[in-house]
Write a new protein. Structure first.
Length: 542
């Protein structure tokens, strides 16, 4: 079913800040980035996606000519990593733009038309200083990180931090990869004057609002320190996965960033190709996104997230700081992500934290001490400070994922299951929904080292002479420390099998999709399951 532009007038009203950045209408004497304005960008994906400069030009011409018929002036901006087109309208009547977009979405060759949404860092500033990392150690409200470090510290894992970039810091430099990329595509919000480039350093995300300077947050530096600040170096703080590497991916500038830039950052971090950008030489093993925007999950971000997950890379995101249902905020409401809420030092839900059934897990997010910078606008001297927000909770979960990966690699689905099955209950409960509980680094690391790893790869083997759809299951499950003693297959149609790697036959009359589930049990009695959906629609081409 075609996805059309949803309720455009309401979308415009709800997202007054969902825009590219442009000079402010007031003549301000202050420098720096500017507040988001009502100049908007949109993402248009044709059913035959753009893959080259030639098709870029063809699709740009098609978009320009089609929208001109409604009195709107569409300008092609760029191609996304997913093959969609980013466009904007210059000097056009809003009604003409709305009509052009609505009609464009109805074209048979167009897969979707969506607004390029604004996202922002999920942080609640707090000034008081405390000289302890309670989130790592407190009982019962901390994540029990010290015990987990007996099993692993994240060595070999790469945490991509999609954020404002990163500043030089003695507690980060040794763990920061030389790579990284700046995906902020608008020069005014980028604050570095050159759009996209290979420098993921944070120049400051300051901007002016009604001639008042909004100071830089150094958000990405703080998040990076929580995830993977250097340990055992006799200075500052220590990250959850202090043996992991940090891959900085800059997607937020002055006032925030756009979802199209975020999506390209996801794909690049996961090892995918982005037009005009060199391939990432050190793909992430886990992606952290401490950001959120008030919106449903659109196809732009979902396609990018799917790419990462299909590449075996878990995506950990902030639930948001609006004290409401997390289902209203992207990318936390996208399929497949690990959405993180925030808790206090008593183990209660933080008053600002979003909640609800889409939150997978929670982590400490109030008064979190981490690396930062002292600059008001531009980078100055390295420092440390306390911040609060689901932004601070998210890298703790990403750090635990990195710990697990350094012990034994698993699929994103299995990592999510382990995090939830081993979580600590909130001491005071959480009626609105805080996921499975507070992430437990020690229990998750133990599970990673001892529970079976369920691995199978269904391969379709149907032939035209047959009226059935057949799959070989290719079971390669292993156990890190014990022997597997039994397997149980569920074919999704009432049938089961205890064979190690059966061939499954689905009759032609089957529904188009079935879910194959494999449960593996080891000698210690640990059982673990994973599932894969397969296409059971019979087709034959002679």
């Amino acid at each position: 079913m075609k996805k059309t532009l949803p309720c455009l007038p309401l979308l415009l009203a709800a997202f007054a800040a969902n825009a590219v950045y442009a000079p402010p209408t007031l003549a301000c004497r202050d420098g720096g980035g500017t507040e988001p304005t009502m100049v908007k960008r949109y993402v248009v994906r044709f059913r035959a996606p753009s893959t080259s400069a030639t098709t870029d030009a063809q699709q740009a011409q098609t978009l320009s000519q089609f929208t001109a018929g409604f009195g709107a002036r569409a300008q092609w901006v760029r191609r996304t990593a997913g093959g969609a087109n980013v466009i904007r309208f210059l000097g056009s009547d809003p009604d003409a733009v709305a009509q052009a977009l609505e009609q464009l979405a109805q074209r048979s060759d167009v897969a979707y038309v969506v607004e390029d949404k604004l996202v922002s860092a999920a942080v609640v500033p707090n000034d008081p200083m405390y000289s302890q990392l309670w989130g790592l150690t407190a009982t019962p409200s901390g994540i029990s990180a010290p015990s987990a470090w007996n099993r692993g510290t994240g060595t070999g894992a790469v945490i991509a931090v999609l954020d404002t970039g990163i500043t030089a810091h003695p507690d980060l430099n040794a763990n920061r990869l030389a790579g990284g990329y700046d995906f902020v595509s608008t020069q005014t919000s980028g604050n570095d004057g050159n759009g996209r480039d290979a420098d993921a350093s944070d120049p400051g995300d300051y901007y002016t609002l009604n001639c008042e300077m909004i100071s830089s947050s150094w958000h990405g530096t703080h998040v990076s320190g929580t995830a993977a600040a250097v340990g055992n170096n006799a200075i500052g703080v220590v990250g959850v996965a202090y043996g992991a590497k940090i891959l900085p991916v800059r997607v937020l500038g002055g006032g925030g960033g756009t979802m199209a830039d975020v999506a390209d950052g996801i794909i690049w971090a996961a090892g995918g190709a982005v037009p005009g950008v060199p391939l990432n030489p050190t793909p992430a093993t886990v992606i952290n996104m401490s950001l959120a925007g008030f919106s449903s999950c659109g196809p732009v971000e979902q396609e990018a997230i799917d790419f990462a997950i299909n590449a075996g890379i878990p995506v950990v995101v902030a639930a948001g700081n609006w004290n409401t249902d997390a289902s209203q905020f992207s990318p936390g409401n996208c399929n497949g992500v690990i959405t993180v809420g925030a808790t206090t030092n008593t183990g209660a839900r933080a008053s600002f934290s979003n909640y609800g059934p889409l939150v997978e897990i929670s982590a400490p997010g109030v008064d979190i001490l981490s690396t930062r910078n002292s600059g008001t606008t531009y980078p100055a001297t390295p420092t440390y400070s306390l911040l609060s927000g689901t932004s601070m909770a998210t890298p703790q979960v990403a750090g635990v994922v990195a710990l697990m990966q350094s012990i034994y690699p698993r699929t994103p689905r299995q990592i999510t299951q382990i995090l939830q099955l081993t979580a600590k209950p909130l001491p005071v409960g959480c009626a609105p929904g805080c996921g499975a509980g507070i992430v437990n680094a020690d229990a998750a690391a133990t599970a990673a080292a001892t529970w079976p790893a369920v691995l199978f790869h269904p391969e379709r083997t149907s032939a035209c002479s047959s009226s059935v759809v057949m799959y070989t299951t290719n079971n390669t499950s292993v156990d890190p420390d014990d022997a597997i003693v039994s397997v149980l297959w569920d074919y999704g149609d009432g049938r089961t099998s205890t064979d190690w790697s059966p061939t499954i036959k689905y009759p032609n009359a089957s529904p188009n999709t079935r879910r194959i589930t494999l449960t593996v049990t080891d000698a210690a009695g640990h059982s673990f399951s994973d599932a894969i959906d397969v296409d059971t629609h019979f087709s034959c081409t002679l």
